[in-house]
Design a binder for this molecule. Structure first.
Ligand SMILES: CSCCC(=O)C(=O)COP(=O)(O)O
Ligand SMILES: [Zn+2]
Length: 246
């Protein structure tokens, strides 16, 4: 029996349709250019994954891999329920799986956004000890982030958003242990920056992962432009709530 039923649906929100349509949008933002970056969606115990090294904006549902997720799923124990006739699954697969298994995420997005890369370079230029964490506060868009793993609600205007940074490795898969380490050290983070490479962002569902990825990219761009203007990312504006005028 053909395994195409895993990826065949008229529903545009079916993961096998959504991954190609999202990646086509992400390509217009420069997030998945030149085959880099991508996106994976989990639906219960099924994980939908793009192929490796393909133009992500041109993918079709028939290109999508489907992986069965279980407690045993790791690098060596992956059971593919559907594989396209040629190629191999994304090199980002173990990193996507880390977001699904360690954080129960429903979607993980990996971008090669210029703004993400530039932020890691600006942090690197600050020297050792100051290069492992991106921190920003007192910017409205911070409200676009959840408070953290298994916590209700979003960050507030005066909260500080912190995104850990890991060093790049020769092979994408080799990033996995460092991504997992960053998740352990920063249990509430929804994203990890990869120096000179990009960013991984996850969320409970596609909507949350996509909007947090958009908010982050906005903040990364803003941060780069603030730096150019000599404005610090962290400010100590006092927490005063103006009384409403009636
Ligand atoms: C020019 S892309 C290099 C590989 C990479 O960083 C990436 O995100 C894409 O991996 P994939 O295997 O999904 O093509
Ligand atoms: Zn990458």
């Amino acid at each position: 029996m053909s395994d195409d039923h895993y990826i065949t649906s008229e529903d545009p929100d079916h993961p096998a349709n959504l991954i190609p349509s999202l990646c086509a949008k992400f390509w217009t933002l420069g997030w998945v250019t030149g085959t880099g970056g991508g996106c994976s969606i989990r639906n219960d115990d099924l994980v939908y994954i793009a192929p490796s090294g393909v133009q992500k904006e041109l993918m079709k549902n028939t290109d999508i891999y489907v992986l069965a997720l279980s407690k045993q799923t790791d690098l060596k124990n992956r059971v593919y329920l559907r594989s396209p006739p040629c190629g191999r699954p994304s090199q980002c697969t173990p990193l996507f799986l880390a977001a699904f298994t360690k954080r129960g995420a429903g979607c993980c997005i990996h971008t090669h956004s210029h703004w993400a890369v530039l932020v890691t370079l600006l942090l690197e230029a600050q020297g050792p000890g100051k290069d492992k964490l991106f921190e920003i506060n007192n910017i409205e868009q911070i409200k676009g982030f959840g408070k953290g793993f298994q916590k209700q609600g979003n960050l507030g205007y005066h909260d500080t958003l912190r995104i850990p940074v890991i060093e790049n490795t020769a092979h994408e898969e080799d990033l996995t242990e460092f991504l997992e380490e960053a998740m352990d050290q920063h249990p509430d983070t929804y994203a990890v920056l990869v120096r000179r490479h990009g960013v991984y962002v996850w969320g409970d569902n596609v909507h949350k992962a996509k909007t947090m990825c958009e908010s982050l990219d906005y903040l990364f761009q803003l941060a780069v432009e603030m730096k150019q203007l000599g404005i610090p990312w962290l400010s100590d504006i006092p927490v005063t709530v103006p009384t409403s005028r009636r």
